[in-house]
Ligand binder design. Structure first.
Ligand code: SAH
Ligand code: SF4
Ligand code: F3S
Length: 476
């Protein structure tokens, strides 16, 4: 019985065809290597969310299979790629700034390949700017045809001039692409793509298309393969994981998916993001409570505290509904860490509305929050709303927000002092020699002294000191 819309998946033949092209590029590079004695190198910069970071892992997988090795510095690379984000204006500015700086690098080295992809490229306006002002770019593709990258890249090697291939919407769901993970012991897994929510400030639905879910069988199989390969923790990715499965024939819910993943032997931790409050079901709370591998952390973006602003944002919940939901989760799952996203300065936000945001921060006592200044995204409904908040006012509110938020975060860190918690050791900390950094079940960043061999293991750490954004402990 077919459980998914069959046209959504890339066919095995198509994957084989792409693999063949990867080999063709590889053969060209190997030949070059024999001639020059120099291995070609790449440098990839990723902007934006985990979704993009995970796409970059797939791109790196393909690039390395094509025979490129990582360059230490961008300006020394033979292949430079920016995987872009457009969720806020400053993300776009950064890319244009970097592109401008590459002009003279390309002038010195005509063999250099400059490639752009990601969300920003799905916008007509951006493409026009690049065509006019950044003629030194070699290849541009978008979010819907990432898997075509080897084919487009081969075409770019064989011709001069700019190649642009942007699809307006998705055709197939990506499966089975080679990918190279940043961490051996943890991995991201896409469970769905796109978004149907159209929050009025947000560009994501325009650049990532409509919601479509991967089948539970494919997801579970991918996770089993990852576990075989040493993965202990997985992060399930989707713009709104709570509406997972709605386009599947058998309508598997996200909660049902969690139960299935919880059974994968050898897997130790399950995380997911992002959850939209409007779709968070009792069934999911129960699944989080009863699946022992699901971490005690829930990222539940509130965006604003005022019901008037939430309505204008098209978030589909009120301040009271969010508060009730948060309480229900905190009661059902003792010790759960709630984190959130907040936008300051949405059009029409008055001082009173902003106070509602501060109130809810105090009321829910979030463990942490990503805070953003509202950024106008042209094409979204909020861009043309009256009463855009002037920047100085938004900035001032933003500082006050941090003034309330940071002490709350510190309280959570302080509450850990004296406790022993399980930490998945991720890397050597950049802060001091001999210090390791890892994450607790609740997603606290934990520093402690230890040897590099511990990276990738789950160890017990007793917390002795608390800072706002991390805690310090000793291995027990
Ligand atoms: N799908 C996720 C979030 C994706 S974007 C969700 O709905 O929670 C990540 C965050 O960026 C959002 O939660 C929001 O807080 C912020 N964001 C999105 N558009 C923005 C804009 N135009 N200006 C400022 N922040 C924005
Ligand atoms: Fe953007 Fe809203 Fe979709 Fe999140 S749910 S990606 S904020 S439109
Ligand atoms: Fe992510 Fe930015 Fe795109 S937040 S989905 S990379 S616009």
């Amino acid at each position: 019985m077919s459980k998914r819309e069959p046209e959504l998946k890339i066919t095995a033949e198509e994957i084989q065809r792409i693999q063949k092209i990867i080999k063709e590029v590889r053969a060209k590079n190997d030949k070059e290597f024999v001639r020059t004695g120099k291995q070609k190198t790449y440098y990839i910069t990723t902007f934006g969310c985990q979704m993009n970071a995970h796409d970059s892992e797939k791109l790196i997988g393909m690039v390395e299979q094509m025979g490129y090795t990582p360059a230490d510095k961008e300006k020394e690379a033979d292949f430079i790629l920016y995987n872009t984000c457009c969720v806020r204006e400053n993300a776009e500015h950064k890319v244009f700034g970097k592109l401008g700086a590459l002009k003279h690098v390309k002038a010195r080295n005509n063999d250099l390949k400059i490639v752009l992809c990601g969300c920003m490229m799905q916008q007509e306006k951006v493409l026009n700017t690049i065509k006019q002002k950044y003629r030194h770019v070699d290849l541009i593709f978008g979010t819907f045809n990432l898997y075509k990258f080897p084919e487009l890249f081969l075409a770019s090697i064989e011709t001069s001039g700019m190649i642009i291939d942007i699809w307006k919407e998705h055709k197939e769901i990506m499966e089975d692409l080679p990918s190279i993970r940043k961490y051996k012991f943890k991995a991201c897994v896409n469970i769905m793509y796109g978004c149907n929510n159209f929050c009025t400030y947000c560009i994501v639905p325009f650049v990532r298309g409509r919601e479509r879910s991967r089948s539970p069988e494919d997801i579970v199989q991918e996770i089993k393969d990852l576990v075989q390969d040493g993965v202990k923790e997985i992060m399930l990715l989707g713009q709104n994981v709570n509406s997972y499965g709605k386009n599947l024939e058998d309508q598997t819910s996200f909660a049902e998916l969690l139960y299935k993943i919880n059974e994968v032997e050898g897997l130790e931790r399950i995380r997911f993001m992002t959850s939209h409050p409007k779709d968070l079901s009792d069934e999911l709370i129960e699944a989080m409570r009863s699946c022992e591998k699901v971490c005690k952390h829930l990222h539940l973006p509130i965006q604003a505290g005022s019901t008037k602003i939430l309505t204008a944002m098209n978030r589909k919940y009120t301040k009271e509904e969010y508060t009730l939901l948060a309480r229900k989760i905190q009661d059902a799952i003792p010790g759960i860490a709630l984190t959130t996203d907040i936008i300051v300065g949405f059009p029409g936000e008055t001082e009173e509305d902003f106070q509602d945001t501060l109130d809810i921060l105090k009321e829910i006592q979030f463990h942490s929050a990503y805070t953003f200044l509202y950024s106008i995204r042209s094409g979204t409904p909020a861009a043309t709303m009256d009463d855009q908040v002037i920047e100085e006012v938004a900035q001032e509110r933003f500082s006050r927000l941090l003034g309330v938020l940071n002490p709350i975060i510190l309280t959570h860190s302080e509450a850990l002092i004296g406790k022993t918690i399980e930490v998945l050791v991720e890397e050597v900390s950049k802060q001091a020699e001999g210090i390791l950094a890892g994450r607790s079940d609740q997603n606290h960043l934990v520093h402690f002294a230890g040897k590099e061999e511990l990276i990738g293991q789950i160890v017990s750490v007793k917390i002795i000191e608390a800072k706002t954004f991390y805690v310090v402990g000793e291995k027990v």
